[in-house]
Design a binder for this molecule. Structure first.
Ligand SMILES: CC(C)(COP(=O)(O)OP(=O)(O)OC[C@H]1O[C@@H](n2cnc3c(N)ncnc32)[C@H](O)[C@@H]1OP(=O)(O)O)[C@@H](O)C(=O)NCCC(=O)NCCS
Length: 207
C-alpha cells in the first residue's frame, strides 16, 4: 500500500495549467488544481456540463455528488474547453483495511468532439495523477443506462457486482449500482474490495 503524499500542495509552475500531451488537432490536455481554476475556466466547465448532463437531475447532484475534487483535467481545442473531469482523493477503510481511494467524476466531452479519444486521454492522464497522489484504487460512478460507460471498461475499470453505499448531504445512507473500480497503486487492495461480499462504503458524498 502507498504512503500518503503532499504533492498536491506543490506549486503549479508559471501558469495554473500543466500541459501533459498534445493530441494535435483534436485537443490539448491540461491538469488544473482546484485552487488554481480561473473564472473563465469555471465558466467554460459550467457551459460544457450544461450541454453534456441535461438529463441529470440537479437535485440529485446537490444531494449526492457533493464530494470535493482536488483537481480537474481539461481538454482544450484552441481556447475552447471541450472536455472535463474531476479528480478525487480520500483516506478510507474497508473491512478494517485502511487505504487511499482515488476518484474520477463529471467526465464529459463536447458533442462535436466525441469518439476521437478525448475522454480516454483525459481519464488516462487523471489516473497518472491519482498514482502520483498515491491512491491505491480508483473508482467512478457510471450511468449504466448509457452505453458510453464502455469508455471506462476499455481503459480497465470493472463494474462492481454489488451496490456501494454513501452518505448523502443530509446524512442519509444511500445505495447505488454502477460503481466501477480500477487498481492504481495496489492490485491487492483492489482484488480484496472486488472479491469481498461486504458493502463498499464511499463515505460522505459520491462522485
Ligand atoms: C462518455 C463521453 C465522455 C465519451 O467521450 P469520448 O471522448 O467520445 O470517448 P472516447 O472517444 O475516448 O471513446 C473511447 C471508446 O469508448 C467507447 N465509447 C465512447 N462513447 C461511447 C458511446 N456513446 N457508446 C458506446 N461506446 C462508447 C468506444 O469503444 C470508444 O472507442 P471507438 O470510438 O473507437 O469506438 C461522452 O460521450 C460524453 O461526454 N457523454 C455525455 C456525458 C456522459 O454521459 N458522461 C459519462 C457518464 S457514464
Amino acid at each position: 500500500m502507498c504512503e500518503a503524499s503532499d504533492q498536491r500542495k506543490r506549486a503549479i509552475t508559471t501558469s495554473n495549467m500543466v500541459n501533459h500531451n498534445n493530441m494535435a488537432d483534436v485537443a490539448k490536455i491540461f491538469l488544473v488544481y482546484e485552487n488554481s481554476l480561473s473564472e473563465k475556466q469555471k465558466h467554460g466547465i459550467d457551459e460544457l456540463q450544461k450541454q453534456c448532463f441535461r438529463d441529470v437531475d440537479p437535485r440529485e447532484v446537490d444531494e449526492c455528488f457533493y464530494a470535493e475534487s482536488f483537481a480537474r483535467i481539461l481538454a482544450y481545442h484552441g481556447k475552447e474547453i471541450i472536455g472535463h473531469l474531476r479528480l478525487f482523493r480520500r483516506n478510507t477503510d474497508f473491512d478494517a483495511k485502511s487505504f487511499v481511494l482515488g476518484g474520477v467524476g463529471g467526465v464529459c466531452v463536447a458533442k462535436h468532439k466525441r469518439r476521437k479519444g478525448v475522454a480516454t486521454k483525459m481519464i488516462k492522464r487523471g489516473l497518472k495523477i491519482l498514482k502520483q497522489e498515491k491512491c491505491d484504487v480508483a473508482c467512478l460512478n457510471a450511468d449504466l443506462s448509457k452505453s458510453a460507460y464502455k469508455v471506462y471498461e476499455k481503459i480497465g475499470f470493472q463494474l462492481m457486482s454489488r451496490a456501494i453505499s454513501f452518505e448523502d448531504v443530509n446524512g442519509k445512507l444511500r445505495y447505488d449500482n454502477g460503481t466501477m473500480f480500477i487498481p492504481v497503486c495496489s492490485k491487492e487492495i483492489y482484488e480484496y474490495i472486488m472479491n469481498s461480499g461486504k458493502t463498499f462504503h464511499y463515505g460522505k458524498g459520491y462522485w
